[in-house]
Design a protein around this ligand. Structure first.
Ligand SMILES: [Zn+2]
Ligand SMILES: [Zn+2]
Length: 393
């Protein structure tokens, strides 16, 4: 079934994008070291006639297709980094780099970006919009977006809107996750050191036991979501690592605890942080221990602009009768695309890419992760229609 009034994407462009995706898949690169990837992107964009800047935040590339003065500037962002995972797929384009793999689909994102750039450069007019392609390094928890913003990616020209997609293999092809407001969670990590006084396991009264204090702290941290956050809101506090002691009869000097918290709203983040601090300090001191707490903010929540989502649903989505648009989908995963959305009205959407369902399906960050490559053509088409619709508006 063909949608009304949508531009048919040339099959040569889709083939080109898939070919590129397989090449990037073969040669994955870790965050801030995407040198080969970045070089290919730069050369491809130059060949297509884009104005190109490179070396932003180490390996970031910007490609600008200038439009008319009174028309909007639309930014599109694509992340480029792979993960420290050894690929277990048996495919002809399997990773050739030991211990590295595109296991989140960022290889597809780059190729969607390049395919879309080809569409833009062949249609030259694009309703007069200025299109700014941003290829970003180091999305996987390394702070790539924050550095791109700090290095001025949102200036000269300043975008009026930003659009971004993530291929999503939790859902099948032709599914689209598109939601107003909170979409993906904000994330912090916490590192906690409980410092006591070591001693003999049989003479605990002479020691200050950080193990007992830690056990109670970990239990109490689980009360934050259940007792301090409204049952109508969402939050997660997870302790994921604990280390202390090395012998059955020695009370150790200290215990180290690592964990993460996720939430959608700044006010929930505030409650979680305040409660972690108060629980840790008060319990540690009641057990005569000291506590060192280190909190790192990884990403704010991804909050989609309501007007942009509404507009895309009422206009662009109507051209895709064969697609299913789920408007209440959320993920507790996090994404540094939030750094752009904090400055520019825009949206981040998930494009279904699941190959199979059930036991055989391997999720994002799994050594057997893979995607239904039809998502590449779907995404190129949808982004092209969205940006031309927004320009016409
Ligand atoms: Zn990922
Ligand atoms: Zn990702």
């Amino acid at each position: 079934m063909m949608g009304i009034n949508r531009v048919k994407i040339d099959s040569n462009i889709i083939d080109y994008a898939i070919h590129k995706r397989r090449d990037f898949h073969k040669f994955p690169e870790i965050g801030f070291k995407e040198f080969r990837t970045s070089n290919i992107i730069k050369n491809e964009l130059l060949d297509m006639g884009f104005e190109v800047q490179s070396g932003i935040a180490e390996t970031g590339v910007i490609g600008i297709w200038p439009g008319e003065k009174n028309k909007p500037v639309i930014m599109l962002r694509f992340d480029m980094d792979a993960l420290p995972i050894a690929e277990e797929n048996e495919i002809e384009y399997k990773s050739t780099i030991k211990g590295l793999m595109h296991a989140c689909g960022h290889d597809a994102h780059i190729s969607i970006g390049l395919g879309l750039a080809k569409v833009i450069s062949t249609h030259t007019k694009n309703n007069g919009a200025t299109i700014k392609f941003v290829f970003q390094p180091a999305e996987e928890g390394l702070g790539g977006a924050e550095r791109m913003v700090a290095e001025g990616v949102l200036n000269n020209p300043k975008p009026d809107y930003c659009l971004g997609v993530h291929v999503w293999n939790e859902k099948p092809i032709n599914w689209v996750g598109i939601k107003s407001g909170p979409f993906m969670a904000g994330a912090i990590t916490f590192k906690l050191e409980i410092i006591g006084k070591g001693g003999h396991g049989a003479i605990p009264n002479e020691a200050k036991d950080p193990i007992v204090a830690s056990a109670i702290i970990i239990q109490a941290l689980q009360s934050i979501v259940s007792r301090n956050i409204s049952p109508l809101e969402s939050g997660v506090v997870s302790v994921c690592s604990i280390h202390g002691g090395s012998a059955f009869n020695v009370i150790p000097q200290n215990v180290e605890i690592f964990g993460t918290a996720r939430y959608f709203k700044p006010e929930i983040q505030k409650i979680i942080l305040a409660r972690i601090e108060s629980i840790v300090n008060s319990i540690a001191s009641s057990f005569n221990c000291d506590a060192k707490l280190e909190i790192n903010e990884i990403t704010p929540a991804v909050i989609n602009n309501n007007d942009v989502i509404e507009f895309i649903l009422n206009n662009t989505a109507k051209k895709y009768p064969e697609m299913e648009f789920e408007t209440q989908y959320q993920s507790m995963g996090s994404e540094d695309y939030s750094f752009y959305l904090n400055e520019i009205p825009g949206c981040f959407i998930f494009m279904g890419a699941g190959l199979v369902s059930g036991e055989k399906r391997y999720g994002h960050h799994h050594p057997r992760f893979n995607i239904d490559e039809r998502v590449i053509g779907n995404s190129i088409s949808f982004l092209y229609e969205a940006l031309t619709d927004l320009t016409e508006n």
